[in-house]
Design a protein around this ligand. Structure first.
Ligand code: C2O
Ligand code: CU
Ligand code: CU
Length: 509
């Protein structure tokens, strides 16, 4: 089974495709920027497992302005497919990890303890984080005594290596938003996230609290992912026999045939006939989703993006979500009769992978929530003239002696600062692609100025930290880094591309 051609052509258009093929000599019928891995285990029946909600992490203690947490990275055996056990690498042994529920301006301090048998690195994706806590890919946390992980094959060292535990400090000096944390170990991010090292980190603030949005039981995270399973229930992942990354065959990215939401396959959620707020995160390694409800009249009403609330809601019939992107969405189930079943679909695929999860509208219920026409003080920043302009070209290429992916023709090298960027001033960055690449920038959010030379696309609103750049496309963004000087990253968030060297370092000065 292949991803539908619609997914590829719908995004690029025939003209864009022609440019891509001419440009990089691809097989004329790729249809996807990923390779499907098929499960050996029987696929479970859909809409049987109730949607799990990741537990909210409790602080160990709380002092003036600071909340202290401890997370243990450990193996656990979880029943993901009914009747089978899957060994995961989990924050607190969970998949997804626990959710951090934090306040803007209050510092979160997390002591991470590594009881796995591999080195790890934790990155808070979307965080305005000092470099020392940002999860530089060589700032390894080596396993606790007894386990002998090794630092990696690439021979690149020079990071701040710690053993057993490491403390990460997140000042949360940013507006309310849906962030997530995940592993960022050099060359091994894809397999380690695949095995379970990812979770949500929410930031709330007074501006958002003042809104009458659905909350409590009606504010629900939907963390999307896909996996493939061996016959015994273990995760299938095509790790390369030697060296970093994946088998060459899977360098386009790994997609699986089981769709997970909050770690459960094709789950079902019973809902009141009322408004719900869904914080959607695409935590898949390489799969893009085009979400849609199978029945009207309700629409997906977007209220926020990666970097928090939009200025005003945007209605979508379908919502394209690339890896690492977040969409904050309200669905009004009061438009359905109690007893209705509404399925969340993925229009980019067919067969089992076309289904994501199901909602069962159980009962009528009181609802005093609302989606106001003005959500926040957010406004697009008008593009000043005379800005520094940088180009970042995302292409296939030679990376450390094998086929891989490059930025500006260079594979990731932690000692190669591709740019030196002054704090506190806007720059225009252009992302240029050959095939599909979801581009992510650390430290600061950006606004999309232009897509393909014209206006931004329907999914580009608000402050973003990840943008889905389609084949042979140019996306211009406006970005400004503040507060923290140090080494940061720009990379493709297709995790196989990232591990195959599609990452670049820059420094803020
Ligand atoms: Cu979500 Cu540098 O990553
Ligand atoms: Cu990030
Ligand atoms: Cu990529």
């Amino acid at each position: 089974m292949k991803l539908s051609r619609r997914g590829f052509l719908g995004a690029a258009g025939a003209a864009g495709l022609a440019v891509t093929l001419a440009d990089c000599g691809l097989d004329p019928s790729p249809g996807q920027t990923a390779e499907l891995l098929t499960s050996e285990a029987p696929l479970p029946e859909a809409f049987k497992v109730p949607l799990p909600i990741p537990p909210v992490k409790k602080p160990l203690h709380t002092r003036a302005g600071v909340d202290y947490y401890r997370v243990v990275q450990q193996k656990a055996s979880l029943e993901i497919l009914p009747g089978l056990k899957t060994e995961v690498l989990g924050y607190d042994g969970l998949l997804p990890g626990p959710t951090f529920d934090t306040r803007s301006g209050r510092t979160t301090v997390v002591e991470q303890v590594n009881q796995l048998d591999v080195p790890t690195v934790v990155h808070l994706h979307g965080g305005h984080t000092p470099a020392a806590s940002d999860g530089w890919p060589l700032d390894l946390l080596m396993p606790d005594g007894g386990h002998h992980g090794h630092a990696g094959h690439s021979g690149m060292t020079g990071g701040d290596v710690k053993t057993g535990k490491r403390t990460y400090t997140y000042p949360n000096t940013q507006r309310a938003a849906t962030l997530w944390y995940h592993d960022h170990r050099m060359d091994y991010t894809a397999p380690q996230v695949y095995r379970g090292l990812f979770g949500l980190h929410l930031i709330r603030d007074a501006e958002e609290d003042a809104l009458p949005l659905p909350g409590g039981e009606r504010e629900i995270p939907l963390v999307l992912a896909d996996r493939a399973f061996a016959a015994d229930g273990s995760f299938l992942y095509p790790a390369a026999k030697e060296g970093p990354g994946v088998e060459a065959k899977y360098m386009e990215g790994v997609i699986g045939d089981v769709i997970l939401v909050n770690g459960a396959p094709w789950p079902v959620l019973e809902v009141d006939a009322a408004r719900y707020r869904f914080r959607i995160l695409n935590a898949a390694n390489a799969r893009r989703f085009e979400l849609a409800l199978d029945k009207g009249p309700a629409k997906l009403v977007q209220i926020g993006s990666d970097g928090g609330l939009l200025g005003a809601p945007v209605e979508h019939k379908t919502l394209v979500v690339a890896p690492a992107e977040r969409f904050d969405v309200v669905v009004d189930f009061s438009q359905y009769e109690p007893g209705s079943e509404v399925t969340l679909l993925n229009k980019l695929d067919s067969g089992r992978a076309e289904q994501v999860m199901r909602f069962k509208v159980a009962r009528k219920a009181a609802d005093d929530s609302n989606v106001p026409a003005k959500l926040s003080a957010y406004a697009a920043v008008p593009e000043p003239s005379g800005l520094v302009h940088r180009q970042w070209r995302f292409r296939r290429g030679e990376a450390h002696g094998h086929r891989g992916w490059t930025i500006n023709g260079r594979p990731f090298d932690p000692n190669d600062m591709q740019a030196s960027v002054k704090l506190d001033q806007y720059e225009v960055w252009s992302f240029v692609t050959d095939v599909h690449h979801p581009v992510h920038v650390h430290l600061a959010p950006f606004q999309v100025l232009r897509r393909g030379g014209t206006k931004p696309g329907p999914y580009d609103a608000g402050w973003k930290d990840t943008v889905d750049v389609r084949p042979a496309e140019v996306v211009d963004v406006l970005v400004k880094f503040t507060a923290h000087k140090g080494k940061y990253l720009i990379h493709c968030h297709n995790l196989e591309h990232e591990d195959m060297a599609m990452m670049a370092a820059f420094e803020t000065v």
